[in-house]
Design a protein around this ligand. Structure first.
Ligand code: ZN
Length: 498
C-alpha cells in the first residue's frame, strides 16, 4: 500500500513526533551511514544479545524449522454471485491443499478479513457456514477475523479439501474492501487459508494503515456472476467470453502461482490496453479519470520493463491497473493494483504511486512475506522500486528516527502499540528509512553487485516466502561479504521476526 501524500506526511511526522516527544535530530539529515554506525552500536549490541539468546532457546526446543510453511499448494475454486444493488456477495469455496505441516493435523485456520471491526460500522461483514473437510461436516468457531476448524485428524503429506458457503457484505467506504459510487473494490474478500509456520498458525489482526496479510501461492479458478453491465478487473486471466443469462453474466478466471485473488468492478469502466515483454497491461478507468489513463498505461509498462530487468522477469501473463477513490495512494494485489485518484492528483505523482504498487508485484506478489511480522520486506522494497522508476534514488537519504525503539525489521504490532505516533513512525521507518537503507546497500555494494544479488534473491524466493534473515543471507552469499555490520547499523535485525 502507499499512503496518500508521502512527502507531506513526512513533514507531518516531524510534528507528530514532536508532540509525542520523539525528537528528530536537527543535524540528522547530514548524518552519513558510517557515523550512524557508531550511534547505534548500543542498540546493535542489545539486538545481538537477543539473537544469541533466541538461538539457544530454539535449540532447546529442538523442533524449529524456519522453512516449514503450510498448508502447501492451495488450489481454490470459487463460484460467487455479487449483487451490486445490495452490495452483497454469496459464494461457495472449495480449497484443496497438502498437509505438509504435521501428522494428524487437528485444526485449520482461515482469515476472514471482511469481519474486521473497521468495516462493521459501515455495513461490512463476512460469514461462513456448512464447512466440510474431505466431505465430512466439520466443527468450527469464528473469533474476530479468525475461522478455526477443529476436531480434525489429517494425515501428513496427503491432500485434503475444505468446502464452505460464505456471504460477504461490502461496506460503504473508499477503501480496498468496499463500495463507493459505482465502484466496488474487492480486496481480501473471501475466506483465505492462514499460514502455519514455526510460530504456529498466523491469525494476526487486520491492519488498516498497512497490511497484515500472509498467504502462500497457489492456483485460483473463479466464476463470478453479476449484472451483465459490470466491467470487471481481476487477478488472473478471463477464460473466453462471459456466459449471459438474462440480466446476469458469469465470468470465469484462472490464476496460477498467486497468493490472493482480487477484483474491482464498475459498469462505466473503459479499458486502455497494451503489451510489454509479452505481458498484457490493462488500465480500467471511468470518464472522470480519463486524463490519467495514458499515464497509468505508460508507467505500468515502464515499471514492468524496468523491474523485470533489475530484479527478475514478471511471471504472469497480465496486469490490471484499476482506478478507484481510496483514502490511500494505491494498493497491491497479485496481477491487480488499485490506484486511488481524485481530480487534483498530479500526473507524476500518479505514475510514481503506480510504480510503487507494481513494485509490490515483485515484493509481496512474487517474493512473499509475512506482512504483519516483517512489513519492510514488501513496503521498503516497493518504495525503493518507485524511486528507481522515478530516477530519484539519490533522494533516498532520510535518517532513522532518533528513538531507537523503531527498527526497519519491526513487526506491525510494535508500531501500533504506540498509537498514532507509532503509525506515523511506521510510515517513516518502513517506507522512507527502509528504502533509504536499501539505497545505502546499493551504494555500499555498487550497482552491479547489488542488482546481481537482488536477482539471486528473486530466483531463490520466487513464489515463496522470504524473511529478513533470508534477505540478508541472499545478499551476503551473492556479494561474498559479511554485511551484518551494515544491516545492524540500519536497524535491520534478523531476530525481529521471531
Ligand atoms: Zn506499498
Amino acid at each position: 500500500m502507499k499512503e496518500r501524500h508521502l512527502k507531506a506526511l513526512v513533514s507531518g511526522i516531524a510534528a507528530v513526533m514532536l508532540t509525542a516527544g520523539i525528537a528528530m535530530p536537527a543535524q540528522a539529515k547530514q548524518e552519513s551511514y558510517s557515523s550512524s554506525k557508531a550511534a547505534y552500536k548500543a542498540v546493535n549490541q542489545k539486538a545481538q544479545k537477543k539473537l544469541v539468546s533466541l538461538k539457544s532457546a530454539r535449540k532447546s526446543e529442538g523442533t524449529a524449522d524456519s522453512s516449514l510453511r503450510g498448508p502447501a499448494d492451495p488450489s481454490y475454486k470459487m463460484d460467487v454471485k455479487y449483487d451490486a444493488k445490495t452490495h452483497k456477495l454469496t459464494g461457495k469455496l472449495n480449497v484443496s491443499f497438502k498437509n505438509n505441516v504435521k501428522q494428524n493435523l487437528s485444526e485449520l485456520y482461515f482469515n476472514l478479513w471482511g469481519r474486521a471491526a473497521d468495516f462493521k460500522e459501515k455495513g461490512g461483514g463476512m460469514d461462513v457456514s456448512n464447512i466440510r473437510v474431505n466431505g465430512k461436516k466439520a466443527a468450527f468457531d469464528v473469533k474476530e477475523t479468525a475461522l478455526h476448524i477443529t476436531n480434525l485428524s489429517l494425515p501428513k503429506n496427503k491432500k485434503a479439501t475444505v468446502t464452505m458457503d460464505f456471504t460477504v457484505s461490502f461496506p460503504e467506504q473508499q477503501d480496498r474492501f468496499g463500495w463507493y459510487g459505482d465502484t466496488v473494490s474487492m480486496g481480501n474478500w473471501f475466506p483465505i487459508l492462514s499460514v502455519y509456520d514455526e510460530e504456529g498458525w498466523n491469525v494476526d489482526p487486520y491492519f488498516n494503515a498497512g497490511e497484515s496479510f500472509y498467504s502462500l501461492t497457489g492456483n485460483f479458478d473463479v466464476n463470478v456472476t453479476t449484472n451483465r453491465k459490470q466491467v470487471i478487473a481481476a487477478t488472473g486471466t478471463e477464460q473466453g467470453k462471459p456466459k449471459m443469462d438474462g440480466e446476469l453474466a458469469t465470468h470465469h478466471y484462472i490464476a496460477e502461482n498467486v497468493r490472493d485473488f482480487a477484483m474491482e468492478m464498475n459498469p462505466t469502466y473503459k479499458i486502455l490496453s497494451s503489451k510489454v515483454n509479452g505481458v498484457k497491461v490493462h488500465v480500467y478507468y471511468d470518464d472522470k479519470y480519463a486524463k490519467y489513463a495514458a499515464s497509468l498505461l505508460e508507467s505500468g509498462k515502464d515499471s514492468i520493463k524496468l523491474f523485470s530487468k533489475k530484479f527478475g522477469k514478471y511471471p504472469w501473463p497480465e496486469l490490471d491497473v484499476v482506478t478507484m477513490e481510496g483514502w490511500f495512494g494505491g494498493m497491491e494485489y497479485p496481477q491487480l493494483v488499485m490506484i486511488s485518484l481524485n481530480e487534483n492528483r498530479k500526473q507524476e505523482w500518479v505514475k510514481s504511486v503506480n510504480a510503487h504498487e507494481i513494485g509490490h508485484q515483485w515484493f509481496y506478489g512474487i517474493i512473499g512475506d509475512n506482512e504483519y511480522d516483517e512489513p519492510w520486506l514488501d513496503e521498503s522494497f516497493a518504495s525503493f522500486a518507485a524511486a528507481l522508476y522515478d530516477n530519484s534514488l539519490d533522494e533516498l537519504n532520510v535518517p532513522p528516527l532518533s528513538d531507537p525503539y523503531y527498527h526497519i525489521s519491526s513487526k506491525v504490532s510494535d508500531f501500533t502499540a504506540r498509537g498514532n505516533a507509532g503509525i506515523s513512525a511506521y510510515y517513516y521507518t518502513i517506507y522512507d528509512y527502509g528504502s533509504t537503507a536499501l539505497n545505502d546497500l546499493r551504494l555500499e555494494l555498487g550497482d552491479a553487485a547489488f542488482y546481481k544479488a537482488m536477482k539471486a534473491y528473486f530466483k531463490e524466493k520466487k513464489f515463496g516466502i522470504s524473511t529478513t534473515k533470508d534477505f540478508i543471507s541472499a545478499m551476503e552469499r551473492s556479494s561474498k561479504q559479511d554485511l551484518s555490520p551494515f544491516f545492524r547499523a540500519h536497524r535491520i535485525f534478523p531476530s525481529d521476526q521471531n
